[in-house]
Design a protein around this ligand. Sequence first.
Ligand code: HEC
Ligand code: HEC
Length: 457
Amino acid sequence: MKLGAAAPVIGASVIAFATFVGVGALMGGQGYARADESRDGDEGKELSKIDRQINEHARRTVDQGRQIFRFDTFGSEAFFGDALQLHKAIAGAKNGGVGPGVSPKTALAVGLKVDADALPENLKGQIKAGKVNLDDPATTLALLKLNAVVGLTGKFDQSGKIQSLGTQCALCHSQVDDSFAPGIGKRLDGWANRDLNIGLILSLAPNLKPFTDLLGVDEATVKKVLTSWGPGRFDAILDKDGKAFRPDGGQAGTLIPPAFGLAGVNLHTWTGFGSVPYWNAYVGVTEMHGSGTFFDMRLSDPDQYPVAAKSGSFNTRGTPDLVTGKLPALHVYQLAIPAPKAPKGSFDVAAAERGKEVFNGRGGCATCHVPPIYTEPGENLHTPAELGIDSFQADRSPTHKYRTAPLAGLWTHQKGGFYHDGRFPNLAAVVDHYDRNFRLGLNAQEKAELIEYLKSL
Ligand code: HEC
Ligand code: HEC
């Protein structure tokens, strides 16, 4: 496929897409289980007016939250496009950018995902027939025009030239089901994208000055840090405390956690920075560099957060505020995403049943990972010493602790390992660690059964 040939198709699809988003939100509402909403299922009583309003509000808020999670850039084009010029690295010199550009093959290889539902049928046919050049950055631009690259939105001028680029929550917190091809399929919101090498992508930016200025280091150092994280990891604290590497020289990024199954969970992030809306403001404003408000005096401490204390990012007042008004719907949407059930056949049912007894009994796991939320109701934090691990990451948090990770849907994020930095490559290593740390004395069979249970959550 040449870009020229695809242009009319794409033009039409952009309009179709915009119509879909606008009308879809309304249609979804009207089509949604009217009968169920006006009646109380159990007793067959009519719902009161106020109860119907609550249901209607909940449904509308979830729809809005979904749109924000998937498509809102919060004005982050000012950072990723205007400042970093990342769109130019994607376009490549041939398309008005710089360097070789990023082909769809390269984009998929660094973990970017393509939303198959955003591709017009004829384009899908052409891809299947091998008629689309997946080695050409122009094709990546065509996909961006279709809004088909999960978590990235290109801004194009009237001549079709890319002008800027913004990012969305879905970039790191969505997967696709690979139903069309590897990396191309239906969106799976909330699933951690453990393929995404965000550091490598950022390191391609033609202008790294925003990072060199903030951190006070040279460009080579910034590139070294960004490329140290590897797939599935990102360091959301670096721009606050400037700690680019662990004391032992290891990378300092943390694994992208899922954004599903969070309802009922008190503190969020690996180290319990705060609630879901706390963290959404933190990320939307200070990491994605959307335009908005973020405030946390804890991060003004010059000893723990020298970079934030100096830059003033602990008290960011971006105007216009494109973030705060979206926090309520974004919050509700994330709480509404259930942790996906483990597929049949992905674990041994009988062994998992016995493993459950170990989890709730001899293993002592359920004292912290309390079912069914699998974290503590209350203050869900523990000291590094209790867990038998080092304090590096905990000490980068105002809490100086680690948050009991909610375990539902664990099977979806086994890539990249377990614990905040992926230090345990698999569940066997996690279980061995607990066996040693808490002197559990589990035998090989108990360990194996416990692992089957963990895979079933
Ligand atoms: C560049 C990748 C990236 C983007 C973009 C991103 N996140 Fe995250 N998210 C992460 C990482 C990494 C963490 C873990 C941070 C930590 O614990 O230090 C995280 C943590 C979270 C958590 C905590 C989950 C838990 O287990 O408690 C939530 C919720 C979340 N992000 C939601 C969002 C939302 C909503 C957006 C958009 C406003 C967003 N994220 C944008 C990478 C990202
Ligand atoms: C003292 C409280 C506590 C106990 C007891 C406990 N855990 Fe944990 N668990 C945690 C904390 C805190 C984390 C997060 C560690 C981190 O962020 O590095 C965690 C993380 C995990 C993870 C990794 C989750 C992920 O997303 O990477 C698994 C799996 C796990 N625990 C399983 C177990 C099992 C199995 C047991 C019983 C043998 C157990 N835990 C006992 C507190 C506990």
